[in-house]
Each structure stands twice: as structure tokens, then as C-alpha cells.
Design a protein around this ligand. Structure first.
Ligand code: MTE
Length: 266
């Protein structure tokens, strides 16, 4: 038979990768949160095929010197694609080790020249009521970072996973990955990136402000009001592991929060 066209992405390895064993590909691509396609973990893999991811435009706007629209294929050539193996800790208490493919968000922000007045970055994701659910959250899903968090070298715009383009259920064609924060900060299928002066509203914070704060840093010492965050279960394992401060990335990111009360800014 004809050889299958290779869909491998060209990548360079990253010094920022963890050396822990990867989670199973089937778990990463089959056990998902992408509520627009349903609230069951298997729903996104079943339903996300309805989403068209080409053509796809990402607008970068707000407090920038050079607002621009980028075609997704332009974005794929913006910077060398890296393979970044990161721990992902979900607020629900499970974790995975995922080999993302992407480039630093900082490389994109540099292109648009943030103004001195820009303090935050808002992410708005794709919403199409014809193929996505209408209830649960106030759509479109939005997320936000402080500008210094957005510019941190660990903050990744992912376009692939396991060496290939992102499956739709993982947020094709472009999703955020912020490894020291709970997984819900990693907005999927991004269409707008907006630099702002004020802290942007976020979908989960609007839904339950006392449960989901703006920062959402992984923190074993700050409980979710309904459960402890001190331990986690790595998908594929039975025993529980202790959750690490900033998901194990404290050395790289703790300085961003110096002097802040992380119980108050959860
Ligand atoms: N992005 C959008 N647009 N909609 C969502 O429901 N869920 C978040 C985040 N990004 C979500 C989203 C949550 S709760 C998690 S844990 C991660 O995506 C899951 O990413 P994964 O399915 O690729 O592991």
C-alpha cells in the first residue's frame, strides 16, 4: 500500500523538559476537558471532529504597538518548534506527563510589541454554538495571565503533542500550556490574544469565584473549598503522589510571586 504521509512536526528538544516517563498517548488524547464538546472525559475525543481548524486566524490586539492577525500556518513558522515535556496538574486531582510541541508565547508577543501600559494578557477561544454546547460556562472560554507570566520562558503555545499536530480534542490548532498552573489555565483553540491594563475575567472564575481564582498556581497548601490539593494521582498509577509547589516548577517561577500572599491570590 501507499506509505502514509508523515505528519511528524520538525522539532528541537528543550532543556525545560522533565525526564519523567510520558503518560500514555491514549490518556492524553482520550481523557480530556474541553467542555464546549461535553463534560464527560470521553466527549471531546468523540465530538471535537466537528470543529474545522483550517483556515484559522489568531488576532493579537489590545495594548500593542503592532496589532496583527496571524494565519495559523504563519504561526507555525514564527519560531523553531520545540518538544517540551511538561507535567500537567488538573485542578480535579489527576496529573499527566505530556510531550507538547510548540513555541514560547513570548516569541509571538515580541512580534506585536506590547506597550508599557499592558499588564495582562487575555485569551479568547473559539466558540461555535452550532457544534458546541450552550450551557455550563459563559462562552467563549476565556483565560488570562499577568504579562510577566505570559512572557516567562516556560509559557508555551502548543501546536502539537506526541510529535504530531494537536488532535482537536487537545485544542487544535493552538492552545496555551502553563505548566505551573492548574490545567484549566491552558486555554484551547485560541482565536484572540488581547493585551490589557486590567486583570481579565476568566471563565472558571466567573462560574465559581470562591473556587477558581485568577492565579490558579498549583499549590498543595491552598485547598479547593471542596477538596485538598495536597496530593494527586498520575494517570496510569494507583498510588497518590504529593503535589509539588508550582507543580515542581518553583525554581523557575517562584520569583514571579515574591511578596504575594498566595492564599489570597489563589
Ligand atoms: N479550553 C477550553 N476552550 N475549554 C475547556 O473546557 N478545559 C481546561 C483546559 N482548556 C478547557 C480548555 C481544563 S479544565 C484542562 S485540565 C485542560 O484544558 C485539559 O487539557 P487536555 O485535555 O489537553 O489534557
Amino acid at each position: 500500500g501507499a506509505a502514509r504521509a508523515s505528519t511528524r512536526l520538525q522539532t528541537v528538544p528543550s532543556a525545560l523538559s522533565t525526564t519523567e516517563p510520558l503518560s500514555e498517548r491514549d490518556a492524553v488524547t482520550g481523557y480530556n476537558n474541553f467542555y464546549e464538546f461535553g463534560t464527560d472525559k470521553a466527549d471531546p475525543a468523540r465530538n471535537a471532529h466537528k470543529m474545522e481548524v483550517r483556515p484559522w486566524t489568531v488576532r493579537v490586539e489590545g495594548l500593542v504597538g503592532k496589532p496583527r492577525r496571524f494565519d495559523i500556518d504563519e504561526l507555525l513558522r514564527l519560531a523553531p518548534l520545540e518538544e517540551r515535556i511538561y507535567r500537567l496538574r488538573c485542578v480535579e486531582g489527576w496529573s499527566m506527563v505530556v510531550p507538547w510541541v510548540g513555541f514560547p508565547l513570548a516569541a509571538l508577543l515580541k512580534e506585536v510589541e506590547p506597550l508599557g501600559s499592558a499588564k495582562y494578557v487575555e485569551f479568547v477561544t473559539h466558540y461555535d454554538p452550532k457544534i458546541m454546547i450552550r450551557d455550563v460556562l459563559d462562552w467563549p472560554y476565556t483565560e488570562g495571565l499577568r504579562l510577566d507570566e505570559a512572557l516567562h520562558p516556560l509559557t508555551l503555545l502548543a501546536v502539537g503533542v506526541y510529535g504530531e499536530a494537536l488532535p482537536k480534542q487537545n485544542g487544535a490548532p493552538l492552545r496555551l500550556v502553563v505548566p505551573w498552573k492548574y490545567g484549566f489555565k491552558s486555554a484551547k483553540s485560541i482565536v484572540t490574544i488581547r493585551l490589557t491594563e486590567k486583570e481579565p475575567a476568566t471563565a472558571w472564575n466567573k462560574f465559581a469565584p470562591q473556587e477558581y481564582g485568577f492565579y490558579s498556581n498549583v499549590n498543595p497548601e491552598v485547598r479547593h473549598p471542596r477538596w485538598s490539593q495536597a496530593t494527586e494521582r498520575r494517570i496510569g498509577e494507583l498510588r497518590k503522589r504529593p503535589t509539588q509547589m508550582f507543580n515542581g516548577y518553583a525554581e523557575q517561577v517562584a520569583s514571579l510571586y515574591q511578596g504575594m500572599d498566595l492564599k489570597k491570590f489563589y
